[in-house]
Design a protein around this ligand. Structure first.
Ligand code: FEO
Length: 396
């Protein structure tokens, strides 16, 4: 157990080996942690559990440290399995312990475990006295599930925020002032870009609501990764920024290629962008991690997507990333499309349509090249990049 503040302990698990999360949907290059918290006040409360594969060790540690029968309350901020997965095993040992969660939380726990435990449904502002501290519950619907909530430990000024403000990041350290800031913020923004972007409107509203509560926050302890104790509100400010049609004024070129022609086009377009002062990153979708690319899309203002034409369609890697991009509902970004072909040449038009469907503003007519690009074609691609840079600047 790691003491975070007097009577508040981290009792979670570090998952050093995790490489994929949400099935295959999210890459976790730096592993993750499942942060569970124990508050040993006059009454003892456990906030969240850990992912199912770690249930035995987690429960055995709790038994050793405090004795399971001494846990008076269980708080489930969020029912996804990485936080509530060990609940069934824990409840086998202490079946009558009340579980505090939202209405949706109770319904989801029942749906998942098919058990009718002693649920105490809470709403924003409801509280639970522990002794010196008081838990105050704050519903966080769709941040990022309908059941999500945060628990504020009044008296200790600690916000147990669950997924919000977290990162998939296993580290020997637990606090933000102890770790490499580049790694920390890269994992934090990746988490936001890949999981929270569709809910940015709700993020802004919730941040406003929390600020208006005007309560002191000395520490923000999410359910994944590092705990914010040094200037904890810095991550709240970041979220506010990230939720505001965020971009860094750069461009991202995403492409896949069969025989290298579309790649040549991509590199020439990039040259044109650079020529007109726009920083650009180029990604081969057949080779790059999709969540890293999505993070770069999140950071970019301009997105240029290319694919060779295959069977009157687009390459599967391009189709796949465009499908995810659509779901993430990025806002305030501009785009165009390109691609090479042999005979029919549908790919850039299909890409353009999918970018439109995903909510991007198409600010430039697509470009396509038949067969392998000639030097003249590549000059046209470069000019295409130059022109896009100028149009992009008009939108910044
Ligand atoms: Fe939404 Fe970390 O689970």
């Amino acid at each position: 157990m790691l003491e975070l503040k007097e009577k508040i302990y981290w009792v979670g698990v570090k998952d050093w080996e995790l490489k994929r999360f949400h099935g295959e949907e999210y890459s976790t290059h730096r592993g993750s942690s499942y942060n569970s918290y124990l508050i040993k006040d006059k009454k003892i409360a456990l906030v969240d559990t850990v992912w199912t594969p770690f249930h035995e060790g987690f429960v055995a540690d709790l038994e050793k440290e405090i004795g399971l029968n001494n846990i008076e309350y269980i708080i489930i901020n969020h029912t996804e399995q990485d936080h509530a997965g060990s609940l069934a095993y824990l409840m086998e040992k202490i079946p009558d312990t009340p579980i505090y969660c939202t209405k949706n939380g109770a319904s989801m726990i029942k749906g998942h475990f098919h058990k009718d435990w002693n649920f105490k449904v809470v709403k924003t502002g409801d509280s639970l006295e522990l002794g010196d501290y008081k838990l105050v519950f704050v519903e966080m619907p769709m941040l990022h599930w309908p059941d999500s909530m945060a628990t504020y430990v009044a008296g200790a000024n600690v916000l147990l925020s669950n997924d919000a403000f977290g990162q998939h990041y296993a580290s020997p350290y637990m606090f933000n002032d102890q770790v490499d800031q580049g790694e920390l913020f890269q994992e934090a923004v990746k988490y936001y870009a890949n999981i929270l972007t569709p809910f940015s409107g709700l993020v802004k509203k919730k941040i406003k609501e929390i600020k208006e509560l005007n309560v002191p926050i000395d520490m923000i302890a999410p359910s994944h990764g590092i705990i914010w104790r040094d200037n904890p509100l810095q991550i709240v400010e970041k979220y506010d920024l990230w939720a505001s049609e965020y971009d860094e004024g750069t461009a991202a070129i995403l492409y896949d290629t069969m025989w290298g022609a579309t790649k040549k086009m991509a590199l020439s377009i990039a040259k044109g962008l650079e020529k007109n002062g726009i920083g650009v990153k180029v990604f081969n979708l057949g080779k790059i991690d999709k969540n890293d690319v999505l993070t770069e899309v999140f950071k970019a203002k301009g997105i240029i997507v290319g694919s060779s034409t295959i069977n009157k369609g687009i390459l599967s890697s391009t189709a796949s990333i465009l499908e995810i991009i659509k779901g993430l509902k990025f806002k305030g970004k501009v785009a165009t499309a390109f691609g090479s072909y042999g005979w029919s040449g549908e790919s850039p038009k299909i890409v353009e349509q999918r970018l439109t469907d995903a909510g991007f503003e198409i600010i430039q007519e697509l470009i396509k090249v038949k067969y392998d690009p000639t030097p003249e074609n590549l000059r046209e691609c470069e000019a295409f990049g130059e022109q896009f840079a100028l149009k992009m600047k008009e939108h910044m």
